[in-house]
Design a protein around this ligand. Structure first.
Ligand code: FES
Length: 108
């Protein structure tokens, strides 16, 4: 008997027209609050929406192509790893995200 393994499933988040370049948006995806960001280059990034420091709304943070800054205390979280640049703050979980056609998908 083999141990159960978790396989990420691609989940539809919503139409890309819901997103505005330079702004994040929080979605409920399979019981998680996921922040999705539309970058200036037209690609998307996704991570858990709640800042692990003191629960700030990461979707409301400023971001560039590499990271988002939490709006409450300005801690910075990398899109690729979820790692915070400040010592002692846990990483957030990140999710592969993509646009296909007119729809945004994340892998949960
Ligand atoms: S709540 Fe996000 S940095 Fe403090």
């Amino acid at each position: 008997m083999t141990a159960p393994t978790h396989t990420a499933a691609e989940v539809t988040v919503g139409p890309v027209t819901d997103l505005t370049p330079g702004e994040g948006r929080t979605y409920a995806v399979q019981g998680r609050q996921v922040a999705v960001f539309l970058l200036a280059d037209g690609t998307v990034r996704a991570m858990d929406a709640v800042c692990p420091h003191k629960a700030g709304p990461l979707a409301d943070g400023q971001f560039d192509g590499a990271a988002v800054t939490c709006p409450l205390h300005q801690y910075v979280f990398a899109f690729d790893t979820g790692v915070c640049t400040s010592d002692g703050v846990p990483a957030v979980r990140t999710y592969p995200a993509r646009i296909r056609g007119d729809t945004v998908y994340v892998e949960i």
